[in-house]
Design a protein around this ligand. Structure first.
Ligand code: ZN
Length: 344
């Protein structure tokens, strides 16, 4: 009786009113007379239900995925827009919608929180939203944007003390963070094709360069999109760590860092699983997300990543169970507790 848990899904199909409200909020930054009130956004439970049942939930059922850890649309976080108040109001709205979805579909969706980050603002300002989402909404993890500037990378590296207030809270609540950037406002970086993958790779290298997990041995990060370029270049990262006189990656970072399976072809998934230990791989698809089409070579959706795990000839049945369920329950203890309370 095992579960298929997708640890990486966003509410990309929210009713149009959400985007309209955000556009008005952005207009209100320049012209305060246009700034909308939170109460101006009206989305009914039926609209939420419809936006999920016809999209994510339909595809989950078709593919055999039981549950998705569900966070606000990543590209819409756009932390670079406006100031902290703009981000704070926007994050609260987006997190509440994911919470409402999780109440409407308690067996299928579990909330993960976005943070009200803002460039140049102390990350500790994110703590009240984080606490609310975990304590009141049942969020089991957070998304942490290592580059709230949207492609200009002017925040300190993730190993800097700048970020420690967030890490202290993560340890206190025993929640992991998915390292996840938002939309790129730098024309050189396509949002999902370059900025996301660059950020995944960048975050991993920052963790090699620092000694963060000496200070926070319990801290856990998920690096999405299969870890960016990392598994493919594993030899480079092992070699760089060696030259920097760092411990072996197994002990230096791999007790704390996990990669998801948002890799959209069989050879990529096979490489991930050949290079990265099974204990560090969590099932995910990021559906409905960046790549929504059907692969003409296979006739299946690119992001139907369960097929690639199912088809893997190198993973045992136990390995697959760990990737689909066991690892995620271990990395997200609050999810595990919630599932146990549901008798799962
Ligand atoms: Zn994502």
């Amino acid at each position: 009786m095992s579960l298929i848990i997708d640890c990486h899904g966003h509410y990309t199909t929210a009713p149009k009113q959400l985007e309209d409200w955000r556009n008005q909020q952005v207009a209100g930054i320049k012209d305060p007379a246009k700034m909308p009130k939170v109460a101006d956004l009206k989305i009914s439970d039926d609209e939420l239900r419809e936006s999920i049942a016809n999209n994510q939930l339909r595809l989950m059922k078709e593919r055999g995925n039981d549950m998705t850890l569900f966070s606000p649309r990543a590209s819409f976080m756009a932390h670079h827009i406006g100031d902290f108040n703009v981000s704070s109001t926007w994050a609260a709205i987006c997190n509440e919608l994911c919470y409402r979805v999780s109440k409407l579909f308690p067996d299928n969706f579990v909330p993960v929180a976005m943070l009200p980050q803002s460039p140049g603002v102390d990350p500790k300002t994110c703590i009240p939203e984080m606490e609310k989402c975990i304590e009141e909404y049942g969020a089991v993890g957070i998304n942490l944007n290592p580059d709230p500037s949207g492609g200009h990378w002017n925040s300190p590296p993730l190993t800097d003390r700048h970020w420690y207030p967030i890490y202290e809270k993560m340890v206190e609540y025993d929640v992991p963070a998915m390292i996840h950037v938002s939309t790129s406002c730098n024309a050189c970086f396509h949002t999902t094709g370059a900025h996301y993958i660059n950020a995944d790779t960048t975050a991993f290298m920052q963790l090699i360069q620092g000694d963060l997990f000496k200070d926070f041995p319990q801290l856990r990060f998920i690096i999405p999109h299969g870890g960016g370029a990392v598994p493919y270049h594993w030899g480079r990262y092992r070699g760089l760590a060696q030259e920097m006189k760092k411990p072996l990656l197994d002990t230096h970072v791999m007790n704390n860092v996990y990669f998801d399976t948002c890799v959209y072809h069989q050879p990529g998934i096979d490489l991930l699983n050949k290079v990265i230990p099974v204990k560090n791989v969590l099932f995910a698809s990021e559906m409905i997300g960046a790549v929504r089409g059907i692969d003409p070579q296979t006739g299946n959706y690119y992001d139907d990543t369960k097929r690639y795990i199912d088809a893997s000839t190198q993973l045992s049945a136990e390995d697959k169970q760990a990737i689909f369920e066991g690892n995620t329950r271990r990395v997200y203890p609050r999810l595990d507790a919630r599932l146990k309370s549901q008798g799962k």
